[in-house]
Design a protein around this ligand. Sequence first.
Ligand code: G4P
Length: 572
Amino acid sequence: MHEEAGGLGAKHRTTVSPQDSDPAECGGMPKHSIELSLSQILVTFALFMNLEELNKRRTFGIVSHPDAGKTTLTEKLLLFGGAIQIAGAVKSNKIKKHATSDFMEIEKQRGISVATSVMAFPYRGLQINILDTPGHKDFAEDTYRTLSAVDSAIVVIDVAKGVEEQTEKLVEVCRMRSTPIIVFINKLDREGKDAFDLLDEVETQLKLRVTPLSWPIGMGQTFQGVYSIYEKKLIIFRAHGKQEEEESISIGLEEKERFESIIGVKAYALFMEELETVHGVYPEFDREAYLNGKLCPVFYGSAVNNFGVRELLDCFVDIAPGPRSRETESRIIIPTEDKLSGFVFKIHANMDPKHRDRIAFFRVCSGVFMRNTNYYHVRLDRQLKFSNPTSFMAARKEIIDEAYPGDVIGLYDSGNFKIGDVLTEGEKLQFKGIPRFSPEIFRYVNNADPGKFKQFAKGLEQLMDEGVAQLFTKEESQRKIIGVVGALQFDVIQYRLEHEYGAKCSYEPIQLAKACWVHCSDIKKLNEFMSRRKKDLARDKDGQLVFLAESLWTINLLKDNFPEIEMRNTSE
Ligand code: G4P
Protein backbone atom coordinates (compact mmCIF):
# COMPACT_ATOMS: atom_id res chain seq x y z
CA MET A 1 0.00 0.00 0.00
CA HIS A 2 1.50 3.26 -1.01
CA GLU A 3 -1.38 5.48 -0.18
CA GLU A 4 -2.57 5.95 3.34
CA ALA A 5 -6.06 6.59 4.50
CA GLY A 6 -6.29 9.28 7.10
CA GLY A 7 -8.10 12.31 8.23
CA LEU A 8 -5.86 15.40 8.32
CA GLY A 9 -6.90 18.28 6.14
CA ALA A 10 -4.92 19.32 3.12
CA LYS A 11 -1.51 20.68 4.11
CA HIS A 12 -1.67 23.70 1.91
CA ARG A 13 -5.13 24.82 2.88
CA THR A 14 -4.59 28.18 4.45
CA THR A 15 -7.99 29.47 5.42
CA VAL A 16 -8.18 30.27 9.11
CA SER A 17 -11.45 30.27 10.96
CA PRO A 18 -11.96 32.68 13.86
CA GLN A 19 -12.18 29.74 16.31
CA ASP A 20 -8.63 28.73 15.40
CA SER A 21 -7.15 31.95 16.66
CA ASP A 22 -6.18 33.06 20.10
CA PRO A 23 -8.39 35.90 21.29
CA ALA A 24 -5.47 37.40 23.21
CA GLU A 25 -4.30 40.72 21.91
CA CYS A 26 -0.88 41.05 20.43
CA GLY A 27 0.74 44.47 20.33
CA GLY A 28 -2.61 46.22 20.32
CA MET A 29 -3.85 44.05 17.46
CA PRO A 30 -5.99 40.94 17.93
CA LYS A 31 -3.75 37.94 17.25
CA HIS A 32 -6.28 36.35 14.91
CA SER A 33 -6.17 39.33 12.61
CA ILE A 34 -2.40 38.85 12.21
CA GLU A 35 -2.93 35.17 11.47
CA LEU A 36 -5.62 36.07 9.06
CA SER A 37 -3.42 38.45 7.16
CA LEU A 38 -0.54 35.96 7.19
CA SER A 39 -2.82 33.29 5.86
CA GLN A 40 -4.12 35.69 3.25
CA ILE A 41 -0.56 36.32 2.15
CA LEU A 42 0.05 32.59 1.94
CA VAL A 43 -3.11 32.03 -0.06
CA THR A 44 -2.22 34.89 -2.40
CA PHE A 45 1.29 33.49 -2.79
CA ALA A 46 0.01 29.98 -3.48
CA LEU A 47 -2.47 31.35 -6.00
CA PHE A 48 0.25 33.40 -7.65
CA MET A 49 2.55 30.36 -7.88
CA ASN A 50 -0.31 28.27 -9.18
CA LEU A 51 -1.11 30.88 -11.82
CA GLU A 52 2.51 31.23 -12.86
CA GLU A 53 2.99 27.48 -13.15
CA LEU A 54 -0.29 26.69 -14.86
CA ASN A 55 0.27 29.43 -17.41
CA LYS A 56 3.42 27.60 -18.45
CA ARG A 57 1.73 24.29 -19.15
CA ARG A 58 0.84 23.16 -22.67
CA THR A 59 -0.57 19.66 -22.47
CA PHE A 60 -1.43 17.99 -25.74
CA GLY A 61 -1.64 14.69 -27.56
CA ILE A 62 -0.41 13.69 -31.00
CA VAL A 63 -2.82 11.42 -32.82
CA SER A 64 -2.71 9.70 -36.16
CA HIS A 65 -3.58 6.59 -38.06
CA PRO A 66 -0.76 4.07 -37.51
CA ASP A 67 2.27 4.80 -39.70
CA ALA A 68 1.45 8.42 -40.48
CA GLY A 69 4.45 9.53 -38.43
CA LYS A 70 3.26 10.21 -34.88
CA THR A 71 6.26 8.56 -33.22
CA THR A 72 8.71 10.28 -35.55
CA LEU A 73 7.14 13.68 -34.94
CA THR A 74 7.10 13.12 -31.17
CA GLU A 75 10.76 12.27 -31.29
CA LYS A 76 11.67 15.37 -33.26
CA LEU A 77 9.73 17.56 -30.84
CA LEU A 78 11.60 15.96 -27.93
CA LEU A 79 14.90 16.59 -29.70
CA PHE A 80 14.03 20.27 -30.02
CA GLY A 81 13.14 20.41 -26.37
CA GLY A 82 16.38 18.71 -25.37
CA ALA A 83 14.41 15.94 -23.65
CA ILE A 84 16.31 13.34 -25.68
CA GLN A 85 19.69 13.57 -27.34
CA ILE A 86 19.58 11.05 -30.13
CA ALA A 87 17.14 10.17 -32.84
CA GLY A 88 15.66 6.71 -32.37
CA ALA A 89 15.21 7.02 -28.62
CA VAL A 90 11.45 7.04 -28.79
CA LYS A 91 11.20 4.21 -31.28
CA SER A 92 11.66 1.51 -28.67
CA ASN A 93 8.45 2.60 -27.01
CA LYS A 94 6.34 1.94 -30.01
CA ILE A 95 4.01 -0.97 -29.85
CA LYS A 96 4.70 -2.74 -33.11
CA LYS A 97 1.59 -2.32 -35.16
CA HIS A 98 1.99 -5.33 -37.37
CA ALA A 99 2.99 -7.97 -34.83
CA THR A 100 -0.58 -8.39 -33.66
CA SER A 101 -0.18 -12.07 -32.87
CA ASP A 102 2.79 -11.60 -30.60
CA PHE A 103 0.90 -10.58 -27.52
CA MET A 104 3.79 -10.91 -25.05
CA GLU A 105 5.93 -8.70 -27.20
CA ILE A 106 3.18 -6.11 -27.12
CA GLU A 107 2.92 -6.32 -23.35
CA LYS A 108 6.65 -5.87 -23.08
CA GLN A 109 6.38 -2.81 -25.25
CA ARG A 110 3.48 -1.54 -23.17
CA GLY A 111 5.65 -1.90 -20.10
CA ILE A 112 8.34 0.24 -21.64
CA SER A 113 5.89 2.78 -22.93
CA VAL A 114 4.55 3.57 -19.48
CA ALA A 115 7.77 5.34 -18.60
CA THR A 116 7.31 7.73 -21.47
CA SER A 117 3.55 7.97 -21.47
CA VAL A 118 3.92 11.62 -20.66
CA MET A 119 6.87 13.40 -22.10
CA ALA A 120 7.63 16.82 -20.75
CA PHE A 121 10.18 19.29 -21.98
CA PRO A 122 10.82 23.00 -21.62
CA TYR A 123 10.55 25.19 -24.70
CA ARG A 124 10.57 29.00 -24.91
CA GLY A 125 9.82 29.32 -21.21
CA LEU A 126 6.90 26.86 -21.28
CA GLN A 127 6.55 23.31 -20.09
CA ILE A 128 5.30 21.19 -22.94
CA ASN A 129 3.59 17.96 -21.86
CA ILE A 130 3.01 15.44 -24.63
CA LEU A 131 0.64 12.66 -23.67
CA ASP A 132 1.55 9.61 -25.67
CA THR A 133 -1.21 7.59 -27.25
CA PRO A 134 -0.79 3.98 -28.32
CA GLY A 135 -0.20 3.54 -32.03
CA HIS A 136 -1.76 0.10 -32.10
CA LYS A 137 -5.38 0.33 -33.16
CA ASP A 138 -6.40 -2.37 -30.71
CA PHE A 139 -5.59 0.07 -27.93
CA ALA A 140 -7.74 2.83 -29.41
CA GLU A 141 -9.88 3.04 -26.24
CA ASP A 142 -6.75 4.04 -24.37
CA THR A 143 -6.23 6.82 -26.86
CA TYR A 144 -9.84 8.03 -26.57
CA ARG A 145 -9.40 8.31 -22.82
CA THR A 146 -6.01 9.97 -23.04
CA LEU A 147 -7.62 12.64 -25.19
CA SER A 148 -9.84 13.54 -22.23
CA ALA A 149 -6.69 14.70 -20.42
CA VAL A 150 -5.23 16.97 -23.11
CA ASP A 151 -5.90 20.64 -23.77
CA SER A 152 -5.19 20.44 -27.49
CA ALA A 153 -4.11 17.97 -30.15
CA ILE A 154 -1.89 17.66 -33.19
CA VAL A 155 -3.22 15.37 -35.89
CA VAL A 156 -0.64 13.83 -38.23
CA ILE A 157 -1.74 12.86 -41.74
CA ASP A 158 0.31 10.98 -44.33
CA VAL A 159 0.45 13.04 -47.53
CA ALA A 160 0.04 9.92 -49.69
CA LYS A 161 -2.72 8.26 -47.72
CA GLY A 162 -4.70 11.30 -46.67
CA VAL A 163 -7.36 11.00 -43.99
CA GLU A 164 -7.53 7.40 -42.74
CA GLU A 165 -10.02 5.49 -40.63
CA GLN A 166 -8.29 5.85 -37.27
CA THR A 167 -7.74 9.57 -37.81
CA GLU A 168 -11.47 10.02 -38.36
CA LYS A 169 -12.37 8.26 -35.12
CA LEU A 170 -9.81 10.13 -33.06
CA VAL A 171 -10.76 13.50 -34.47
CA GLU A 172 -14.41 12.74 -33.75
CA VAL A 173 -13.46 12.30 -30.10
CA CYS A 174 -11.62 15.65 -30.16
CA ARG A 175 -14.59 17.32 -31.85
CA MET A 176 -16.96 16.07 -29.16
CA ARG A 177 -14.95 18.07 -26.65
CA SER A 178 -14.14 21.02 -28.96
CA THR A 179 -10.45 20.28 -28.48
CA PRO A 180 -8.32 22.71 -30.51
CA ILE A 181 -6.52 20.86 -33.29
CA ILE A 182 -3.49 21.58 -35.47
CA VAL A 183 -3.00 19.33 -38.50
CA PHE A 184 0.49 18.31 -39.67
CA ILE A 185 0.59 16.83 -43.16
CA ASN A 186 3.65 14.61 -43.16
CA LYS A 187 6.01 12.91 -45.62
CA LEU A 188 6.18 15.73 -48.16
CA ASP A 189 9.48 14.23 -49.28
CA ARG A 190 7.35 11.56 -50.96
CA GLU A 191 4.87 11.77 -53.77
CA GLY A 192 1.42 12.23 -52.37
CA LYS A 193 -1.97 13.81 -52.86
CA ASP A 194 -2.44 17.36 -54.05
CA ALA A 195 -2.28 19.88 -51.21
CA PHE A 196 -5.75 21.28 -51.99
CA ASP A 197 -7.29 17.81 -52.24
CA LEU A 198 -5.89 17.01 -48.82
CA LEU A 199 -7.44 20.13 -47.32
CA ASP A 200 -10.75 19.11 -48.91
CA GLU A 201 -10.45 15.67 -47.33
CA VAL A 202 -9.76 17.17 -43.94
CA GLU A 203 -12.77 19.45 -44.27
CA THR A 204 -15.19 16.83 -45.50
CA GLN A 205 -14.02 13.66 -43.77
CA LEU A 206 -12.84 15.16 -40.49
CA LYS A 207 -15.47 17.90 -40.52
CA LEU A 208 -12.88 20.51 -39.61
CA ARG A 209 -12.69 24.01 -41.02
CA VAL A 210 -9.06 24.56 -42.03
CA THR A 211 -6.63 27.39 -42.61
CA PRO A 212 -3.20 26.50 -44.04
CA LEU A 213 -0.40 28.24 -42.13
CA SER A 214 2.30 26.82 -44.36
CA TRP A 215 2.26 25.89 -48.02
CA PRO A 216 4.36 23.27 -49.80
CA ILE A 217 6.47 24.10 -52.82
CA GLY A 218 6.56 20.91 -54.87
CA MET A 219 6.36 17.41 -53.47
CA GLY A 220 8.38 14.19 -53.50
CA GLN A 221 11.14 14.46 -56.11
CA THR A 222 10.37 18.12 -56.71
CA PHE A 223 9.86 19.11 -53.08
CA GLN A 224 11.68 22.37 -52.48
CA GLY A 225 10.37 23.39 -49.12
CA VAL A 226 7.49 25.21 -47.53
CA TYR A 227 6.51 28.82 -47.30
CA SER A 228 5.42 29.69 -43.78
CA ILE A 229 2.31 31.80 -44.12
CA TYR A 230 2.36 32.20 -40.36
CA GLU A 231 5.94 33.52 -40.12
CA LYS A 232 6.22 34.84 -43.68
CA LYS A 233 9.42 33.02 -44.52
CA LEU A 234 10.65 30.40 -46.91
CA ILE A 235 12.09 27.22 -45.50
CA ILE A 236 14.30 25.32 -47.89
CA PHE A 237 14.26 21.53 -47.88
CA ARG A 238 17.50 19.60 -47.89
CA ALA A 239 17.23 15.84 -48.13
CA HIS A 240 17.59 13.49 -45.20
CA GLY A 241 20.80 13.62 -43.24
CA LYS A 242 21.67 17.16 -44.20
CA GLN A 243 18.81 18.62 -42.22
CA GLU A 244 20.71 19.42 -39.02
CA GLU A 245 19.42 22.98 -39.06
CA GLU A 246 16.66 24.19 -41.30
CA GLU A 247 17.56 26.87 -43.73
CA SER A 248 14.97 29.57 -43.52
CA ILE A 249 14.92 32.76 -45.53
CA SER A 250 12.85 35.78 -44.59
CA ILE A 251 11.41 36.88 -47.87
CA GLY A 252 8.50 38.98 -48.99
CA LEU A 253 6.15 37.45 -51.52
CA GLU A 254 6.66 40.48 -53.73
CA GLU A 255 10.42 39.80 -53.98
CA LYS A 256 9.82 38.02 -57.26
CA GLU A 257 13.34 37.88 -58.59
CA ARG A 258 14.85 36.74 -55.33
CA PHE A 259 12.17 34.12 -54.95
CA GLU A 260 12.69 32.92 -58.53
CA SER A 261 16.41 32.65 -58.05
CA ILE A 262 15.83 30.34 -55.10
CA ILE A 263 12.98 28.09 -56.25
CA GLY A 264 12.90 28.70 -60.00
CA VAL A 265 10.64 30.72 -62.27
CA LYS A 266 8.04 28.03 -62.89
CA ALA A 267 7.80 26.94 -59.29
CA TYR A 268 7.38 30.54 -58.17
CA ALA A 269 4.57 31.17 -60.66
CA LEU A 270 2.73 28.05 -59.57
CA PHE A 271 3.30 28.80 -55.90
CA MET A 272 1.93 32.34 -56.24
CA GLU A 273 -1.13 31.03 -58.05
CA GLU A 274 -1.76 28.47 -55.36
CA LEU A 275 -1.23 30.99 -52.60
CA GLU A 276 -3.78 33.29 -54.17
CA THR A 277 -6.29 30.45 -54.14
CA VAL A 278 -5.40 29.69 -50.51
CA HIS A 279 -6.11 33.28 -49.52
CA GLY A 280 -9.26 33.35 -51.59
CA VAL A 281 -10.73 30.07 -50.32
CA TYR A 282 -9.67 29.65 -46.71
CA PRO A 283 -10.38 31.95 -43.80
CA GLU A 284 -7.62 33.92 -42.10
CA PHE A 285 -6.25 32.36 -38.98
CA ASP A 286 -8.38 33.35 -36.02
CA ARG A 287 -7.08 32.27 -32.63
CA GLU A 288 -10.46 32.41 -30.94
CA ALA A 289 -11.93 30.08 -33.56
CA TYR A 290 -8.97 27.72 -33.13
CA LEU A 291 -9.33 27.72 -29.35
CA ASN A 292 -13.01 26.87 -29.68
CA GLY A 293 -12.19 23.94 -31.93
CA LYS A 294 -13.83 25.67 -34.89
CA LEU A 295 -10.78 26.37 -37.05
CA CYS A 296 -7.80 24.22 -37.57
CA PRO A 297 -4.39 25.44 -38.77
CA VAL A 298 -2.58 23.13 -41.19
CA PHE A 299 1.19 22.68 -41.60
CA TYR A 300 3.12 20.68 -44.17
CA GLY A 301 6.46 19.01 -43.55
CA SER A 302 8.48 15.87 -43.23
CA ALA A 303 8.96 14.61 -39.70
CA VAL A 304 11.67 12.09 -40.49
CA ASN A 305 13.69 14.84 -42.14
CA ASN A 306 13.01 17.16 -39.24
CA PHE A 307 11.49 19.52 -41.72
CA GLY A 308 8.68 21.88 -40.87
CA VAL A 309 8.70 20.61 -37.31
CA ARG A 310 10.20 23.70 -35.72
CA GLU A 311 7.62 25.90 -37.47
CA LEU A 312 4.90 23.65 -36.13
CA LEU A 313 6.30 23.78 -32.60
CA ASP A 314 6.82 27.54 -32.66
CA CYS A 315 3.29 28.16 -33.83
CA PHE A 316 1.96 25.63 -31.32
CA VAL A 317 3.72 27.49 -28.50
CA ASP A 318 2.23 30.79 -29.71
CA ILE A 319 -1.34 29.66 -30.10
CA ALA A 320 -2.05 26.45 -28.14
CA PRO A 321 -4.14 26.81 -24.99
CA GLY A 322 -2.85 26.32 -21.48
CA PRO A 323 -4.92 24.23 -19.06
CA ARG A 324 -8.56 24.62 -20.03
CA SER A 325 -11.63 24.70 -17.84
CA ARG A 326 -13.38 21.38 -17.45
CA GLU A 327 -17.00 20.45 -17.12
CA THR A 328 -18.25 18.39 -14.21
CA GLU A 329 -21.75 17.11 -13.54
CA SER A 330 -22.36 20.04 -11.19
CA ARG A 331 -20.24 22.97 -12.39
CA ILE A 332 -17.31 24.17 -14.51
CA ILE A 333 -13.89 23.80 -12.92
CA ILE A 334 -11.52 26.65 -13.69
CA PRO A 335 -7.81 25.79 -13.50
CA THR A 336 -7.04 28.88 -11.41
CA GLU A 337 -9.23 27.68 -8.55
CA ASP A 338 -7.10 27.20 -5.43
CA LYS A 339 -8.52 23.80 -4.44
CA LEU A 340 -7.20 20.67 -6.02
CA SER A 341 -9.33 18.71 -8.46
CA GLY A 342 -8.42 16.17 -11.10
CA PHE A 343 -9.29 12.78 -12.51
CA VAL A 344 -7.81 9.42 -13.43
CA PHE A 345 -7.90 8.75 -17.17
CA LYS A 346 -5.72 5.69 -17.47
CA ILE A 347 -4.60 2.83 -15.29
CA HIS A 348 -1.61 0.74 -16.10
CA ALA A 349 -1.04 -2.57 -14.37
CA ASN A 350 2.41 -3.79 -13.60
CA MET A 351 2.89 -6.96 -15.60
CA ASP A 352 5.42 -8.33 -13.16
CA PRO A 353 3.49 -10.81 -10.96
CA LYS A 354 5.79 -9.97 -8.03
CA HIS A 355 4.71 -6.35 -8.12
CA ARG A 356 0.98 -6.24 -8.47
CA ASP A 357 0.59 -2.52 -8.06
CA ARG A 358 -0.86 -0.36 -10.75
CA ILE A 359 -0.19 3.19 -11.80
CA ALA A 360 -3.13 5.52 -12.11
CA PHE A 361 -2.60 8.46 -14.46
CA PHE A 362 -4.01 11.53 -12.79
CA ARG A 363 -4.61 14.81 -14.62
CA VAL A 364 -4.54 17.89 -12.37
CA CYS A 365 -7.39 20.22 -13.36
CA SER A 366 -7.23 22.90 -10.64
CA GLY A 367 -5.28 23.79 -7.51
CA VAL A 368 -1.95 22.23 -6.61
CA PHE A 369 -1.37 18.55 -6.01
CA MET A 370 0.98 18.08 -3.03
CA ARG A 371 2.78 14.93 -2.00
CA ASN A 372 1.82 13.43 1.38
CA THR A 373 -1.38 15.42 1.55
CA ASN A 374 -4.82 14.00 2.13
CA TYR A 375 -7.22 14.20 -0.76
CA TYR A 376 -10.82 13.18 -1.03
CA HIS A 377 -11.52 10.19 -3.27
CA VAL A 378 -15.06 11.05 -4.33
CA ARG A 379 -16.32 7.60 -5.37
CA LEU A 380 -14.91 5.83 -2.31
CA ASP A 381 -15.87 8.72 -0.03
CA ARG A 382 -12.47 8.42 1.66
CA GLN A 383 -9.32 10.42 2.24
CA LEU A 384 -6.18 9.15 0.53
CA LYS A 385 -2.61 10.32 0.80
CA PHE A 386 0.14 9.68 -1.74
CA SER A 387 3.71 9.37 -0.60
CA ASN A 388 5.36 8.84 -3.97
CA PRO A 389 3.52 10.46 -6.83
CA THR A 390 5.71 10.37 -9.94
CA SER A 391 6.21 12.45 -12.99
CA PHE A 392 6.66 10.71 -16.33
CA MET A 393 9.38 12.85 -17.81
CA ALA A 394 10.99 11.13 -20.78
CA ALA A 395 13.87 8.93 -19.65
CA ARG A 396 13.44 9.57 -15.94
CA LYS A 397 10.58 8.82 -13.67
CA GLU A 398 10.89 10.72 -10.46
CA ILE A 399 8.93 11.46 -7.33
CA ILE A 400 7.43 14.91 -7.39
CA ASP A 401 6.41 17.13 -4.48
CA GLU A 402 3.77 19.10 -6.30
CA ALA A 403 1.97 19.24 -9.60
CA TYR A 404 -0.06 21.96 -11.30
CA PRO A 405 -3.05 22.11 -13.62
CA GLY A 406 -2.10 20.59 -16.94
CA ASP A 407 0.28 18.11 -15.32
CA VAL A 408 -0.23 14.37 -15.39
CA ILE A 409 1.20 12.40 -12.52
CA GLY A 410 1.40 8.72 -11.71
CA LEU A 411 -0.22 7.53 -8.48
CA TYR A 412 0.70 4.07 -7.25
CA ASP A 413 -2.48 2.19 -6.66
CA SER A 414 -3.33 -1.07 -5.03
CA GLY A 415 -6.85 -1.20 -6.39
CA ASN A 416 -8.48 2.04 -5.26
CA PHE A 417 -8.84 3.59 -8.67
CA LYS A 418 -11.12 3.18 -11.63
CA ILE A 419 -10.99 5.23 -14.78
CA GLY A 420 -12.86 8.48 -14.23
CA ASP A 421 -12.20 8.60 -10.47
CA VAL A 422 -11.85 12.06 -8.99
CA LEU A 423 -9.71 13.53 -6.21
CA THR A 424 -10.66 16.83 -4.60
CA GLU A 425 -10.25 18.65 -1.32
CA GLY A 426 -13.71 17.60 -0.22
CA GLU A 427 -16.12 18.60 -2.97
CA LYS A 428 -18.14 15.83 -4.60
CA LEU A 429 -17.30 16.25 -8.25
CA GLN A 430 -17.64 14.06 -11.31
CA PHE A 431 -15.87 15.18 -14.45
CA LYS A 432 -17.64 14.86 -17.77
CA GLY A 433 -15.95 13.89 -20.98
CA ILE A 434 -14.49 10.51 -20.07
CA PRO A 435 -17.16 8.45 -21.76
CA ARG A 436 -16.98 4.90 -22.94
CA PHE A 437 -17.54 4.31 -26.63
CA SER A 438 -19.18 1.32 -28.20
CA PRO A 439 -16.83 -1.62 -28.60
CA GLU A 440 -16.55 -3.14 -32.05
CA ILE A 441 -16.11 -6.84 -31.32
CA PHE A 442 -18.08 -8.86 -28.76
CA ARG A 443 -17.81 -12.31 -27.21
CA TYR A 444 -19.49 -14.18 -24.39
CA VAL A 445 -17.02 -14.79 -21.59
CA ASN A 446 -17.28 -17.87 -19.36
CA ASN A 447 -15.48 -18.98 -16.25
CA ALA A 448 -13.51 -22.01 -17.40
CA ASP A 449 -12.47 -23.24 -13.96
CA PRO A 450 -15.48 -23.70 -11.65
CA GLY A 451 -13.22 -23.88 -8.58
CA LYS A 452 -11.87 -20.38 -9.26
CA PHE A 453 -15.04 -18.37 -9.66
CA LYS A 454 -14.01 -15.74 -7.10
CA GLN A 455 -10.67 -15.14 -8.82
CA PHE A 456 -12.42 -15.00 -12.19
CA ALA A 457 -14.95 -12.42 -10.97
CA LYS A 458 -12.34 -10.27 -9.23
CA GLY A 459 -9.92 -10.42 -12.16
CA LEU A 460 -12.62 -9.50 -14.63
CA GLU A 461 -13.78 -6.61 -12.50
CA GLN A 462 -10.29 -5.18 -12.04
CA LEU A 463 -9.41 -5.50 -15.71
CA MET A 464 -12.61 -3.66 -16.60
CA ASP A 465 -11.74 -0.91 -14.07
CA GLU A 466 -8.45 -0.51 -15.90
CA GLY A 467 -10.39 -0.06 -19.12
CA VAL A 468 -8.92 -3.10 -20.88
CA ALA A 469 -12.39 -3.89 -22.27
CA GLN A 470 -16.06 -3.37 -21.44
CA LEU A 471 -18.27 -5.83 -19.69
CA PHE A 472 -22.01 -6.15 -20.29
CA THR A 473 -24.39 -8.38 -18.37
CA LYS A 474 -27.44 -9.50 -20.33
CA GLU A 475 -30.71 -8.56 -18.67
CA GLU A 476 -32.46 -11.83 -19.39
CA SER A 477 -29.82 -14.53 -19.04
CA GLN A 478 -27.32 -12.66 -16.84
CA ARG A 479 -24.62 -13.93 -19.18
CA LYS A 480 -21.50 -11.82 -19.44
CA ILE A 481 -20.32 -10.30 -22.69
CA ILE A 482 -16.97 -8.64 -23.26
CA GLY A 483 -16.71 -5.90 -25.85
CA VAL A 484 -13.40 -4.65 -27.24
CA VAL A 485 -12.10 -2.32 -29.93
CA GLY A 486 -9.40 -4.70 -31.14
CA ALA A 487 -9.46 -8.51 -30.95
CA LEU A 488 -6.07 -8.54 -29.30
CA GLN A 489 -7.70 -7.51 -26.02
CA PHE A 490 -9.37 -10.93 -25.76
CA ASP A 491 -5.90 -12.49 -25.56
CA VAL A 492 -4.79 -9.83 -23.09
CA ILE A 493 -7.72 -10.64 -20.80
CA GLN A 494 -7.24 -14.40 -21.02
CA TYR A 495 -3.53 -14.13 -20.35
CA ARG A 496 -3.85 -11.68 -17.49
CA LEU A 497 -6.69 -13.58 -15.80
CA GLU A 498 -4.50 -16.64 -15.76
CA HIS A 499 -1.20 -15.03 -14.79
CA GLU A 500 -2.37 -12.36 -12.40
CA TYR A 501 -5.50 -13.84 -10.86
CA GLY A 502 -5.06 -17.61 -11.32
CA ALA A 503 -8.37 -17.81 -13.20
CA LYS A 504 -9.27 -19.22 -16.58
CA CYS A 505 -11.80 -17.96 -19.09
CA SER A 506 -13.23 -19.16 -22.36
CA TYR A 507 -15.03 -17.24 -25.07
CA GLU A 508 -18.02 -17.94 -27.27
CA PRO A 509 -18.88 -16.00 -30.40
CA ILE A 510 -21.85 -13.66 -30.48
CA GLN A 511 -23.12 -11.71 -33.45
CA LEU A 512 -23.20 -8.08 -32.35
CA ALA A 513 -22.30 -4.89 -34.17
CA LYS A 514 -22.68 -2.16 -31.60
CA ALA A 515 -23.63 -1.21 -28.07
CA CYS A 516 -25.87 1.83 -27.59
CA TRP A 517 -26.61 3.47 -24.27
CA VAL A 518 -30.37 3.79 -23.88
CA HIS A 519 -32.00 6.98 -22.60
CA CYS A 520 -35.63 7.94 -22.33
CA SER A 521 -37.34 10.43 -20.05
CA ASP A 522 -40.75 8.80 -20.55
CA ILE A 523 -40.78 5.89 -18.08
CA LYS A 524 -43.83 4.29 -19.68
CA LYS A 525 -42.23 4.22 -23.10
CA LEU A 526 -38.98 2.99 -21.63
CA ASN A 527 -40.72 0.12 -19.85
CA GLU A 528 -42.56 -0.81 -23.01
CA PHE A 529 -39.30 -0.79 -24.95
CA MET A 530 -37.59 -2.83 -22.24
CA SER A 531 -40.24 -5.51 -22.16
CA ARG A 532 -40.37 -5.80 -25.97
CA ARG A 533 -36.60 -5.90 -26.51
CA LYS A 534 -35.51 -7.55 -23.29
CA LYS A 535 -33.41 -10.17 -25.05
CA ASP A 536 -31.21 -7.43 -26.59
CA LEU A 537 -30.71 -5.45 -23.41
CA ALA A 538 -27.82 -5.53 -21.00
CA ARG A 539 -26.28 -3.49 -18.20
CA ASP A 540 -22.78 -2.04 -18.40
CA LYS A 541 -20.49 -2.24 -15.38
CA ASP A 542 -22.04 0.91 -13.89
CA GLY A 543 -25.54 -0.50 -14.25
CA GLN A 544 -26.47 1.69 -17.23
CA LEU A 545 -28.94 0.25 -19.71
CA VAL A 546 -27.39 -0.77 -23.02
CA PHE A 547 -28.93 -2.03 -26.24
CA LEU A 548 -26.78 -4.66 -27.95
CA ALA A 549 -27.51 -4.38 -31.66
CA GLU A 550 -26.94 -7.23 -34.07
CA SER A 551 -26.50 -4.81 -36.94
CA LEU A 552 -26.56 -1.10 -37.62
CA TRP A 553 -29.76 -1.75 -39.53
CA THR A 554 -31.45 -2.89 -36.28
CA ILE A 555 -30.62 0.45 -34.68
CA ASN A 556 -32.17 2.39 -37.53
CA LEU A 557 -35.27 0.23 -37.38
CA LEU A 558 -35.55 0.85 -33.65
CA LYS A 559 -35.28 4.57 -34.16
CA ASP A 560 -38.36 4.33 -36.39
CA ASN A 561 -40.30 2.02 -34.09
CA PHE A 562 -39.39 3.71 -30.82
CA PRO A 563 -38.78 7.38 -31.65
CA GLU A 564 -38.81 8.36 -27.95
CA ILE A 565 -35.92 6.08 -27.16
CA GLU A 566 -32.53 7.73 -27.52
CA MET A 567 -29.68 5.46 -28.60
CA ARG A 568 -26.45 7.10 -27.55
CA ASN A 569 -23.04 6.24 -28.97
CA THR A 570 -21.28 6.88 -25.68
CA SER A 571 -21.93 6.13 -22.04
CA GLU A 572 -22.21 9.82 -21.23
P1 G4P B 1 3.33 6.15 -36.26
O1 G4P B 1 3.96 6.42 -34.95
O2 G4P B 1 2.30 7.17 -36.64
O3 G4P B 1 2.82 4.78 -36.42
O4 G4P B 1 4.44 6.33 -37.41
P2 G4P B 1 6.02 6.34 -37.31
O5 G4P B 1 6.52 7.61 -36.74
O6 G4P B 1 6.50 5.08 -36.72
O7 G4P B 1 6.35 6.38 -38.85
C1 G4P B 1 5.96 5.34 -39.73
C2 G4P B 1 6.97 5.20 -40.83
O8 G4P B 1 6.99 6.41 -41.61
C3 G4P B 1 8.40 5.01 -40.35
O9 G4P B 1 9.06 4.18 -41.27
C4 G4P B 1 8.96 6.41 -40.41
O10 G4P B 1 10.37 6.42 -40.55
C5 G4P B 1 8.30 6.92 -41.66
N1 G4P B 1 8.23 8.39 -41.71
C6 G4P B 1 7.89 9.25 -40.72
N2 G4P B 1 7.96 10.50 -41.18
C7 G4P B 1 8.32 10.46 -42.45
C8 G4P B 1 8.58 11.45 -43.46
O11 G4P B 1 8.49 12.64 -43.26
N3 G4P B 1 8.96 10.98 -44.70
C9 G4P B 1 9.10 9.65 -44.96
N4 G4P B 1 9.47 9.32 -46.19
N5 G4P B 1 8.87 8.70 -44.03
C10 G4P B 1 8.51 9.09 -42.81
P3 G4P B 1 9.24 2.64 -41.00
O12 G4P B 1 9.96 2.11 -42.18
O13 G4P B 1 7.94 2.01 -40.63
O14 G4P B 1 10.09 2.61 -39.71
P4 G4P B 1 11.62 2.91 -39.56
O15 G4P B 1 12.28 1.70 -40.10
O16 G4P B 1 11.93 4.13 -40.35
O17 G4P B 1 11.78 3.08 -38.11
